[in-house]
Design a protein around this ligand. Structure first.
Ligand code: HEC
Ligand code: HEC
Length: 345
C-alpha cells in the first residue's frame, strides 16, 4: 500500500466520525425553544408519550422540512438530510417500541359525509374548516386557556404534506391518549365513517397550492459566551435588572424530568419579561402569550463551552402576519440583543 492510499483510507475511515451530526445538539438548537426538553411540549405540541410510539420517521422528517406555516413552526430548509435524520433519530430514541411504517395507500371515502361527521365530532376543537378553535398552539404554560393542549390545525399544509392517510385514520380511531382528543373507537365509529373523515381532511389540501416559504432567519438564535456557566448566568441576571426586565425563578431544563439530585445543573432557563411590550403584543395577538415571557437558555456544552439559546422573536411573530406585531417584535428583539451583548461583553 502506498502512503497516499493509506492516507485516503484513513480519511475515509475517519470521515464519518467528523461529520456525523449530533441529533441531541441539533434538537436543543432548533426545536427545544418550542417543544421543550425531551419533547415535553410548550409552544409546540408535545413530541413524547404514547403518541410518539405511533409516529413514523417519515412523518417527523417531513414535518421538520414542511413546518406548519401560519402555526408558528417554520419549515427547516437549510438543514442537510443527514442533520434532519439525526434529529429524527434523537426523537425516536425516546420511544419504548421499535418504529413502524404506515402504508402509503390513500384512503377512499365520501368527503361530503366526512364533512357532516367533522362538524358533529371534531369542529368543536379543530374548528370549522380544520383551522383549530383553540387560540394558541401547543400546551398551556401559565395563562388560562380554553384547551390545555391546543388542538392542531388540520387544514395546515405542513400537516397535510407530512401525514399519511393511514396514520390520520389511526389517530382519529384511537385519539391521543392522555390528551382531550377522544378515541372515536369508543363511540363505535365505523370503518367507512373513518374513511369519510380522512377524505374530508384530505380535501383541505386542494385549497393550498403555495409552497411553504423558506425561513428567512433561523428560529433559534445561538450566542457563544466568553465566560463560564456561573458567570454567564450572573451576568445575565445583572443585565436584566439593569434593563428593567422582571425575571422569574430559575428553572433547570430537566426539572420534573429527572430526580432532583440528578438534574443537569448546566442547563438553565432564565425567564423574564418586559410587561409593557408584553401587554401591547397580547392585545394584538393573544397567541403571543405562549411565547412571552421570554426565555434565554444557558447551556454548558460537552466541550465545556457555554452557549446562549434564544427564540428569534422576529421569526415567531412573522408567522402571525401582523405588521403591528412585527414592529413590537423588532423592539423586543432589539432589547434582547442589547441584553446578550451586555451580558457577554
Ligand atoms: C417556533 C416554534 C417551533 C419550532 C422552532 C419547532 N416547532 Fe414543531 N411544532 C410547533 C407547533 C406550534 C406545532 C403544532 C402546530 C399546530 O398547532 O397546528 C408543531 C408541531 C410539530 C410536530 C407534529 C406533532 C404532532 O403531534 O403531530 C412535530 C413532529 C414537530 N413539530 C417537530 C419539530 C422538530 C423536530 C423541530 C426542530 C427541528 C421543531 N418541531 C421546531 C412549533 C415549533
Ligand atoms: C376535545 C377536543 C378534540 C376533539 C373533539 C377532537 N380532537 Fe383531534 N386533537 C385534539 C388535540 C388537543 C390534539 C393534539 C393532542 C396532542 O398531540 O398532544 C388533536 C390531534 C389530532 C390529530 C393529529 C394532528 C397532528 O398535528 O398531529 C388529528 C388528525 C385529529 N386530532 C383529528 C381529529 C378528528 C378528525 C376529530 C373528530 C372525529 C378530532 N380530532 C376530535 C383535540 C380534539
Amino acid at each position: 500500500m502506498t502512503r497516499i492510499t493509506a492516507l485516503i483510507l484513513l480519511l475515509l475511515l475517519a470521515a464519518p466520525a467528523w461529520s456525523a451530526p449530533d441529533g441531541e445538539q441539533l434538537y436543543t438548537r432548533h426545536c427545544s425553544v418550542c417543544h421543550n426538553d425531551k419533547g415535553m411540549g410548550g409552544i409546540g405540541l408535545p413530541l413524547s408519550g404514547e403518541k410518539l410510539e405511533h409516529f413514523s420517521r417519515d412523518y417527523i422528517f417531513k414535518t421538520i422540512r414542511n413546518g406548519r406555516p401560519g402555526r408558528v413552526m417554520p419549515p427547516f430548509v437549510k438543514l442537510s438530510d443527514a442533520q434532519v435524520d439525526a434529529i429524527v433519530d434523537y426523537i425516536m430514541s425516546w420511544r419504548k417500541t421499535p418504529p413502524q411504517n404506515w402504508p402509503d395507500t390513500p384512503v377512499k371515502g365520501d368527503p361530503a359525509n366526512g364533512e357532516r361527521l367533522f362538524k358533529e365530532k371534531c369542529a368543536a376543537c379543530h374548528g370549522e374548516d380544520g383551522k383549530s378553535n383553540g387560540l394558541g398552539t401547543g400546551v398551556t404554560l401559565s395563562r388560562e386557556r380554553k384547551f390545555k393542549v391546543v388542538p392542531p390545525a388540520l387544514n395546515n399544509i405542513g400537516f397535510l404534506r407530512s401525514a399519511k392517510d393511514s396514520w390520520i385514520r389511526y389517530t382519529i380511531r384511537n385519539g391521543r391518549p392522555g390528551t382531550i382528543m377522544p378515541s372515536q373507537k369508543d363511540f363505535g365509529i365505523s370503518d367507512s365513517e373513518l374513511n369519510d373523515l380522512v377524505s374530508y381532511i384530505r380535501q383541505f389540501e386542494q385549497k393550498h397550492n403555495e409552497k411553504p416559504k423558506p425561513e428567512q432567519e433561523p428560529p433559534t438564535l445561538v450566542f457563544d459566551s466568553p465566560y463560564d456557566f456561573v458567570t454567564t448566568v450572573t451576568n445575565l441576571k445583572e443585565t436584566l435588572k439593569g434593563l428593567n426586565f422582571r425575571y422569574f425563578p430559575d428553572r433547570y431544563m430537566e426539572m420534573g424530568l429527572a430526580p432532583d439530585d440528578q438534574i443537569n445543573k448546566k442547563q438553565l432557563s432564565l425567564r423574564f419579561c418586559n410587561f409593557n411590550l408584553l401587554y401591547k403584543m397580547i392585545n394584538i395577538e393573544p397567541r403571543m402569550g405562549v411565547i412571552l415571557p421570554c426565555r434565554v437558555t444557558v447551556v454548558e456544552e460537552k466541550d465545556g463551552s457555554v452557549k446562549l439559546y434564544l427564540m428569534n422573536m422576529k421569526v415567531a411573530t412573522q408567522l402571525f402576519n401582523n405588521e403591528q406585531l412585527s414592529e413590537l417584535a423588532q423592539q423586543m428583539h432589539d432589547s434582547l440583543m442589547e441584553l446578550i451583548e451586555e451580558a457577554t461583553l
